[in-house]
Design a protein around this ligand. Structure first.
Ligand SMILES: [Fe+2]
Length: 673
């Protein structure tokens, strides 16, 4: 459903090429002191060590001070042991320490502190010589891992498909932080199941949609990442290069426990009595004879923990925005990798990719395609300690005692659903993330939605000896039916998205909108000022109600009104208009709309007559992802500097049960024709 990925372009490069933005900070300007541009953030922690990473926009004299008291950072790391990575100069051959991609002049420091005490909180600060760049207060700390095997409560935050940089991602993150603060129980680890930087995982996207958003957590909690397909557009698992591998330091030599994998794309580590396994489901061989599967088998054989949690991007079981019965990566992870994990005693599998929250019953051996519930369910209850009771397994690690599957691709990207996977016990089409607690013999998972509500609760208890038994006719969820009162779009009739384009108005931008009344006739003109007109609000698109797919919800629209007016501005630098060959509107809509550029109507879909209050004969149409419409004659209305795009959305009738207006604007550069 994430159709803007079809653009498959490096929009950042293009944007720079076309418009020559003059916004970059002069990194080598001697008048300005070097500034911190990323971090500091933590990576690869163990019982005795941690890596602190940060970037500056010019050379510095890096230093890390640390200690047990924020007021007394009495230890420091010798400069010589800080790893320095740079952007290769033009014509320079990249080496092992080169950054794959980062703004010119960027220097990245990787300071690995060793000889630390296990399970201990330390405070730290980073600097440039004598000048402090960050830290030195109670916010900048790290906690070393407990000794492997030690029984201690472990709290893990799990999020996926978050990298939009928009209000939905921010709300999901804030809801987790509020939840954790309210319980006064901070995170120990952060697991990201991929798609952390849309649309292409570029360095700039990583900065904007990952580091800038999560910095308050990243400076004191390690994010143990797995690569999504969007990061895969610019990073390669086999080679271990790209912005993703610039950002993360993963244990390939078994530094944090587990078997050395010789790759940062897949790895394992221990935290207290939990063994974590990260796989690359995107661009590595998933065959049982492949390097990753061979390593996985050997790693599982060696594992001695009480719990095993495995995670990667592509879910073995899903009917969210993806279908695990139809897509190769998902089918292969189920058919080829799950048998190895279940033979090794895995307890929990965490994935994303499908923009939804889905949580399974306790299952084992569900490898066939299509997935069926018969013969694979060991407990068909809800797994809730306050409902049917927790799922039960024997103490320790045992083959085929049951796995719980959690798909949490609901961290920011537009959620949706195509059906019901027969092994699922919970399917929730809402934005949110998962907080896991492992405490001795009990693992508990909670899905907290972006409003802060606990929407799912399950637990697994491992005590004594349990003999697994297949449930004969498992109680499955009702099948999901798509509304049939409206025609679905025939996708073959849609205009394909341009192969190369720049986003003049980004997806999920904030727009001004008017809902529930009609604006004056001139509302589409440049000179119209919504703030002065009354009734206008600002909100992130999509705007609408029903089928829980809108960011800005119009709770009062149903049965009350049928039209919503939205407008937003965009800027074009001098000379840019001549470099554009085509403008196009990408829009997810329900039911119809009219678009205006600088006061001129440029596109009308499904509104047969009139406009605004006089519009009539509205056709019905179900929003089903972004569709692309070239704006044929719109270019003549483009102006240098300020432009206004306005869209009025119409519902076909007042009784309609849903409405969506979710546009963004593309320009195809002339050079790419
Ligand atoms: Fe994905």
């Amino acid at each position: 459903m994430y159709q803007r990925t079809n653009l498959a372009l490096n929009s950042h490069t293009l944007l720079l090429a076309i418009f020559v933005l003059s916004r970059h900070v002069a990194a080598d300007d001697p008048a300005l002191p070097p500034a911190l541009t990323r971090g500091p953030y933590l990576q690869l922690s163990t019982p005795s060590s941690v890596s602190i990473i940060w970037r500056t926009n010019a050379e510095t004299q890096p230093i890390v001070r640390y200690g047990l008291d924020p007021e007394q950072l009495d230890q420091s790391l010798p400069v010589a042991s800080i790893l320095v990575r740079r952007v290769p100069k033009v014509g320079e051959v990249p080496g092992d320490l080169s950054l794959h991609s980062a703004p010119e002049g960027t220097v990245q420091y990787d300071a690995t502190l060793t000889g630390l005490k296990s399970g201990t909180t330390y405070y730290y600060a980073i600097g440039n010589g004598d000048k402090k760049l960050a830290g030195g207060d109670a916010e900048y700390y790290f906690r070393t891992h407990p000794e492997p095997g030690e029984v201690k409560p472990v709290r893990i935050w799990v999020v996926g498909d978050s990298g939009t940089g928009d209000a939905r991602q921010a709300a999901v993150y804030q809801a987790m932080r509020d939840h954790v603060a309210k319980q006064k129980h901070p995170l120990d680890l952060y697991v990201h199941v991929g798609d952390m930087a849309y649309p292409s995982g570029t360095d700039e996207e990583f900065q904007r949609t990952f580091f800038n958003v999560y910095q308050p957590t990243l400076r004191n909690t390690v994010c143990w990442a797995s690569m999504g397909n969007h990061e895969g557009k610019t990073s390669k698992g086999l080679l271990g290069v790209g912005p993703y591998y610039d950002a993360y330091v993963c244990p390939k030599r078994g530094e944090a426990g587990g078997l050395p994998s010789a790759s940062e794309a897949f790895y394992s580590f221990d935290y207290a009595n939990v063994h974590f396994i990260c796989l690359d489901s995107h661009d590595l061989d998933r065959a049982p004879t492949g390097v990753m599967a061979e390593w996985l088998r050997a790693d599982l054989e060696k594992a001695k923990s009480d719990w095993i949690i495995a995670y990667w991007h592509h879910p073995p079981y899903t009917k969210g925005s993806h279908d695990s019965d139809k897509e190769e990566a998902l089918i292969e992870m189920r058919e080829l990798i799950m048998p190895i994990l279940e033979a090794g005693g895995v307890d929990l599998v965490l994935t994303g990719h499908s923009h939804i929250y889905e949580r399974s019953m306790l299952i084992d051996g569900a490898y066939q395609t299509p997935t069926i519930a018969e013969g694979v369910v060991l407990n068909d209850g809800d797994g809730s300690p306050i409902g049917d009771g927790p799922y039960r397994k024997s103490k320790g690690l045992h083959a085929h005692q049951g796995t719980v599957q959690v798909v949490t691709g609901n961290g920011g990207a537009k959620v949706s659903r195509v059906g019901t996977s027969p092994v699922m016990k919970q399917v929730i089409v809402e934005y949110g993330s998962v907080i896991l607690d492992v405490d001795g013999d009990t693992l508990t998972g909670v899905m907290v939605n972006r409003g802060g509500d606990e929407r799912d609760l399950f637990s697994i208890v491992k005590q004594g000896s349990v003999v697994p038994q297949i449930v004969k006719s498992p109680r499955t969820l009702p099948l999901y039916s798509v509304a049939i009162d409206k025609p679905r779009i025939n996708k073959s009739e849609m205009t394909p998205f341009p192969k190369k384009a720049v986003e003049l108005i980004k997806p999920n931008s904030d727009w001004d909108y008017l809902a529930g009344s009609h604006p004056p006739e001139k509302w589409t003109a440049l000179g119209f000022i919504p703030n002065d007109a009354g009734g206008w609000k600002s909100g992130t698109v999509g705007i609408g109600f029903g089928d829980s797919d809108d960011v800005t919800e119009l709770k009062d629209m149903e049965k009350k009104y049928t039209v919503v007016y939205a407008r937003t501005d965009f800027e074009l630098p001098p000379g840019a208009t001549e470099k554009i060959s085509e403008l196009g509107l990408a829009i997810s809509y329900d039911d119809a709309f009219i678009a205006y550029l600088n006061g001129h109507e440029v596109l009308r879909v499904g509104v047969k007559k009139g406009h605004g209050a006089t519009a009539g004969d509205i056709e019905s149409h179900e929003a089903d992802g972004y569709e692309y419409f070239p704006l044929k004659d719109a270019k003549q209305y483009l102006m240098e500097d300020d432009n206004i795009l306005s869209v009025e959305g119409h519902n076909s009738n007042i009784g309609s049960s849903d409405f969506t207006l979710d546009p963004y604007l593309l320009a195809v550069p002339r050079a790419a024709e």
